[in-house]
Design a protein around this ligand. Structure first.
Ligand code: ARG
Length: 574
């Protein structure tokens, strides 16, 4: 058997439907939702009966007659019109053997390889990242891993917000509090802490103080016109910010092909708008230049240039698309960005499409919801402030360290390294086990539990199996091909078999939670098997024990592969 159980069953059932003269679409097979009754089921006979105006039992009989299951499945017709299938022990052992090679070989993804650009991260200059940036970073990187695993050619870009009015505000604030920084011919001595102090001050003042707002607007224009002093300081701010952002992203395991900023596109804006005006795609509207969206009249037009002559977020995103089409010519561009920007992307996508700027690229807003605190409101620190991502990671690390100290297995550098891996696993699995489109509660305590739907629980499952393997090896016992289909083995094999389908689903829907939940399910059934099928001890047949180890090894390989795709590392010990 060179495919998964479900693929091989699907093939047989499709052939039987066709041989019986029925349409193949009615022969769809899926994992049974009553595992006590069957492993797989097909519900299409009712459809056949309806379209043919025939008795479903007769249709069932016709299909049953043509079914050739090669000793891998037992089939049963169930009234009024269902087919139930149960995998034989022979099929189960073959399925594990097939998995033992490379799980990748089993996913016969029909999709052809595409070039995919993932726009994720999306942080802003001078602002350190907070939990709000967590979703884009973790979902984005998870998707990149999954898409690459499915054979796609993936590139990514952080799309740093390093330009625009907020920079003008910051510069105006620096002019007030540290004018010396502008005179400096040498490198301005700036730190992230400075920026973090000045940035909120600047935004607050722009709201309250008309004169300041004016100065900030002028500073923005001067910067955009290339004022030498402003540019020098801006470059320094970019440098300091990027170093801090990179540190956080490195720690989170995010790898970007490009670390481009919005400033990259500034020189393109004028040309693009001019070209669109000439072609009639963009028009003057109340002093501003806009693109009216043809297919969705309810949407406000996309603003390219405001009446003051300033280019905004929309124009920058159009220019970014032009640049990406030129550089990489992607088939898809995924924007892993907060759902609250839905309208912006609808406007940008429609405008890019109708003006022809997006070339052959399909644009998708891979939107996500809000991260809430345990009080149900957007996540804050205990003091009510915004928690920096960096501090959040430190807190999770500290909590994991405490837990490891209680367990008493590790010490020193090994303990620190494991604490980091467990803290990050808690954060990442907490995120990835939720549908990206819904809001979720960031519950530190719950995410760090070693029991339940958590990253540490799955890590711990892997570590326990590894430790059992070591003890078995010391007792002269090595894993052998799985052959002993005990009661709790069946769900393990059937779950292993679902991997390829779940990966495909995660890729198609751009939702890593399908894989995360699969990995969790596999950890659960594997733990039940582990507990009820002892390997070491008196009176255990070594052949049976070796078969158990063979199944545990297959499960452990898939758990680790799944975690790896989710960006989660497994400590050697816990
Ligand atoms: N920096 C933006 C923000 O903070 C997110 C950027 C998303 N990507 C994009 N191409 N617009 O909202």
């Amino acid at each position: 058997m060179k495919t998964t159980l479900i693929d091989s069953l699907q093939q047989s059932v499709t052939e039987a439907f066709e041989a019986a003269g029925f349409e193949a679409k009615f022969g769809a097979v899926r994992v049974s939702d009553r595992p006590d009754l069957a492993d797989f089921q097909c519900n299409g006979l009712m459809g056949v009966a309806k379209s043919r105006k025939m008795n479903p039992a007769l249709a069932g009989e016709a299909v049953m007659e043509k079914l050739e299951l090669g000793g891998l499945f037992e089939a049963e017709f169930v009234k009024p019109g269902f087919l139930n299938f149960r995998a034989t022990d022979n099929a189960l052992t073959q399925a594990v053997a097939a998995q033992a090679g490379d799980a990748r070989a089993l996913s016969d993804s029909a999709e052809k390889p595409a070039k995919i650009m993932v726009d994720y991260g999306g942080p802003n200059l001078a602002k350190e990242m907070h939990v709000g940036h967590l979703r884009s970073a973790i979902v984005g990187q998870g998707l990149i891993n999954l898409l690459a695993f499915a054979g796609h050619d993936v590139v990514s870009d952080v799309h740093l917000g390093d330009w625009g009015l907020q920079i003008g505000q910051l510069i105006s604030q620096i002019e007030e509090v540290r004018p010396d920084l502008f005179e400096e011919e040498v490198e301005a001595p700036l730190t992230m802490e400075n920026l973090q102090e000045w940035y909120p001050q600047a935004s607050a003042k722009s709201k309250a103080d008309e004169a300041f707002r004016d100065r900030a607007r002028k500073a923005t224009s001067a910067l955009q016109a290339g004022d030498a002093q402003y540019m020098r300081l801006w470059r320094r701010i970019v440098e300091v910010s990027k170093a801090s952002l990179r540190r956080d992203y490195d720690r989170l395991g995010c790898e970007f092909t490009y670390f481009h900023g919005e400033s990259r596109y500034q020189d393109m804006l004028g040309q693009i708008v001019e070209k669109l005006e000439k072609s009639g795609d963009a028009v003057l509207d109340d002093g501003a230049i806009v693109v009216h969206l043809q297919t969705d009249k309810k949407l406000p037009p996309l603003m390219l240039r405001n009446s003051n002559g300033g280019y905004g977020y929309g124009a920058t995103d159009l220019a970014t698309i032009v640049d990406r089409v030129e550089q990489d010519d992607p088939d898809y561009i995924l924007y892993v960005v907060d759902a609250r920007q839905k309208m912006h992307f609808q406007q940008v996508f429609l405008a890019a499409g109708q003006t022809g700027l997006s070339g052959g690229a399909q644009l998708e807003h891979t939107a996500f919801g809000t991260v809430n605190g345990t009080d149900g409101k957007p996540f804050k620190t205990r003091e009510g402030g915004v928690m920096r991502l960096h501090d959040l990671m430190d807190e999770m690390h500290a909590a994991a360290r405490k837990r490891l100290e209680e367990m008493g297995q590790l010490s020193g550098a090994e303990l620190e390294a494991a604490a980091e891996q467990i803290g990050l696993a808690a954060i990442k699995f907490g995120e990835l086990s939720h549908d990206r489109e819904s809001n979720y509660v960031f519950d530190m305590e719950q995410f760090l539990q070693f029991e339940g739907k958590t990253g540490p629980y799955i890590q711990y499952t892997c570590v326990r199996i590894a430790s059992l393997m070591q003890r078995a090896k010391a007792a002269g016992l090595l894993p052998a091909p799985f052959r002993d289909v005990t009661e709790n083995a069946r769900p393990v094999v059937l779950t292993l078999d679902e991997f390829a389908g779940k990966v495909q689903r995660a890729v198609e829907t751009r939702k890593p939670n399908h894989l995360a939940m699969h990995v969790y399910k596999l950890a659960n059934v594997t733990n039940s098997f582990y507990q009820s099928n002892r390997v070491l001890g008196e009176g255990i047949d070594p052949g049976v024990a070796a078969s158990h180890l063979g199944l545990l090894e297959a499960a452990s390989q898939q758990l680790r592969l799944g975690l790896d795709l989710l960006g989660i590392e497994v400590p050697a010990r816990m």
